[in-house]
Ligand binder design. Structure first.
Ligand SMILES: [Zn+2]
Ligand SMILES: [Zn+2]
Length: 128
């Protein structure tokens, strides 16, 4: 059985407790509350281990930095250009789109990473 380090647990716990898709720096700041002597390098190493193990999702956002998500089944994201938050979009027909794309192209689609850009529903409400 594989042993998980304390750092790895803390990193995973932080990600699971938020819907905000933090980047490594934000995770590092939160991790220091649990493990004061943790280094940014350790946080990066654990994040890359977790994402290659398929336990978390990593994707590039519009600020160019890598953001992380504990929801690891592929799902679309919206990068809000107003509040700069990254939110999950619940679009059930994305899976259908992926399946149809596979049929249409004859390719085998293993995963997808769809990022939309625009204003999130909260920011749209403010405008109204
Ligand atoms: Zn917004
Ligand atoms: Zn997400």
């Amino acid at each position: 059985m594989k042993r998980y380090s304390k750092q790895r647990e803390v990193v995973l716990e932080i990600l699971r407790s938020t819907k905000l898709h933090p980047n490594a720096t934000t995770i590092y700041e939160r991790a220091r509350e649990a493990i004061p002597n943790i280094s940014l390098g350790t946080v990066y190493r654990n994040l890359s281990e977790l994402s290659s193990a398929g336990e978390i999702l990593a994707f590039k956002a519009f600020d160019g930095s890598e953001h992380y998500d504990a929801t690891c089944n592929p799902h679309p994201h919206l990068c809000c250009t107003a509040c700069r938050q990254i939110v999950d979009l619940d679009i059930p027909f994305v899976e259908d789109f992926a399946k149809k794309s596979a049929t249409h192209t004859g390719a085998e689609i293993e995963s997808h990473n769809i990022v939309f850009y625009g204003k999130c529903s909260d920011c749209c409400k403010i405008k109204m």
